[in-house]
Design a binder for this molecule. Structure first.
Ligand SMILES: [Cu+2]
Length: 180
């Protein structure tokens, strides 16, 4: 009788030992996973490139007219070939849309919407015009220049669209050509 109880106790002890062993192993595994993901996040941050320029999209509610209310800031962005622009606040009604007549041949059209942040890399040199699909009629437009040589300058001059968006683009292009 006494021997049997001792036997049962012994079995219970070994069950507890196995349980503790399993818990320790699980704990080690979780620690390894947490450390692993922390390292992965670290590496991702190192891989993420800083943009060459940042563009914000502004709604100035204090503006005295709609033509001064919506704009990209800055209106002109100059980056090297292969550079990256970070567009901020393409949210609400704001969008960033390529003006098809104001971009180098072979460049991809850009269409951004519903993005708090979007990074766009520009591989081809030249001048790129952008407009907000909703607020372009109030002059919300901008220019990105890529590289120091602009092979599509003539096409861009001839490709300025109508309306207030076009007026803004014409003014920006004039400023750009004056070296501004
Ligand atoms: Cu807009």
């Amino acid at each position: 009788m006494v021997t049997r109880i001792a036997c049962v106790r012994g079995a219970a002890k070994s069950v507890v030992a196995v349980l503790i062993g399993t818990m320790l192993a699980a704990l080690l595994l979780i620690t390894a996973m947490v450390l692993g993901s922390a390292f992965a996040a670290d590496k991702q941050q190192q891989d993420a490139k800083d943009p060459d320029a940042r563009v914000d999209q502004i709604v100035n509610v204090r503006a005295s007219s709609a033509l001064e209310m919506y704009y990209f800031r800055p209106g002109i962005v100059r980056i090297p070939v292969g550079g990256m622009v970070r567009f901020k606040h393409t949210v609400g009604d704001h969008t960033v849309i390529s003006v098809p007549t104001m971009m180098p041949k072979g460049a991809e059209k850009i269409k951004l919407a519903h993005r708090s942040t979007a990074d766009v890399t520009f591989k081809l040199p030249g001048i790129y015009g952008f407009i907000c699909a909703i607020h372009g009629r109030f002059g919300m437009a901008m220019i990105v220049t890529v590289g120091e040589e602009w092979p599509n300058l003539e096409e861009v001059r001839a490709g300025i669209p109508g309306g207030h968006g076009g007026d803004r683009l014409r003014a920006l292009l004039a400023k750009l050509e004056k070296g501004g």
